[in-house]
Ligand binder design. Sequence first.
Ligand SMILES: Nc1nc2c(c(=O)[nH]1)N[C@H]1C(S)=C(S)[C@@H](COP(=O)(O)O)O[C@H]1N2
Ligand SMILES: [Mo]
Length: 343
Amino acid sequence: MLIKLPKPLHARESEVTDRDTWLSRRRFLGKAARGAGLALAASSGGAGAFLAGCEPAAVTAGDSDGQFSLGDIKANKRYLLPDTTTEKAAATTYNNFYEMGVLKSDPRENAHLLKTKPWSVRVHGLVNKPADYQLEDFIAPQQLEERIYRLRCVEAWSMVIPWVGFPMADLIGRVQPTSKARFVKFTTLLDPSMLPGQRTPVLDWPYTEALELKEALHPLTLLTVGMYGEILPNQNGAPLRLVVPWKYGYKSIKSIVDIEFTERRPLPSWTQAAPNEYPFYSNVNPSVNHPRWSQARERRITNIPRGLDAIGALLEPKIETLMFNGYPEVAELYRGMDMTRLS
Ligand SMILES: Nc1nc2c(c(=O)[nH]1)N[C@H]1C(S)=C(S)[C@@H](COP(=O)(O)O)O[C@H]1N2
Ligand SMILES: [Mo]
């Protein structure tokens, strides 16, 4: 049975005209699934299996257009998880990348339209060493490492993905922010010929995101260029993508062309679209619900969801969502902040 949503789950509220219809369908399906005893739960396997015998891993480019080689990747065992790693086939076919379409299957289908070579990244604003980098030069000084992180979408599904990248803190060290810098703003490529979803005003393109400088400096914040030991597939945000594992997935902005250090707080695209649903910090927090659904539990996707779009999240048993997505070490960044309300 293929169930189509009337509108994407993650759409901004003003777009979701058929919301009540959908919510009642959701309740119905939840009940039906439990009643029928459907057990679509992800199978569990060996913890951290992906990394077995893989330090360092010699790696070749995957199904990318081969613009650079990842070279030696150091497996960073500090971030090993007990969770089963999501299959690559699932992480590369069930995606959110609205510039490539709003359905989970659209990014994979439109991925070939994005050309990632050449690619330049502009780093500017309140830094002593602004630069326009070609991607190769941007990455060259870095030792790439593999880290397995949980990715928790605000839509209540999650994956466990082995990323390849380097700490954002390393880049910050290279460009030397001035004492006035307090935030970092990231911008995705704007080019409707390569990102056809930008012809539809779902968001105010280009997609932007932002962090406080101290969040960007946190050792968990990763600039990524690969996943599963290969160059990032386009649908996952090639050639350069941010990964902030303790925040909802939309903070992990894809296909970055611009990084700006600012004094004033930037207004990210999702926050601008619906501030009461997607506020600036957006730390994963099971005790603070999204205005339209609970965030207490999530569906862990480990293999390809068959015939299910976002609504598939509602058919499967759910696991408990962890505070800060299971990365409690970031709590110190938020001392004094009220964690009982959406922020
Ligand atoms: N530019 C851009 N970045 C984006 C998105 C997007 O639509 N556009 N979607 C976000 C959301 S909502 C999620 S959950 C993750 C999904 O990443 P994945 O497809 O690699 O799992 O990417 C985030 N980064
Ligand atoms: Mo998301």
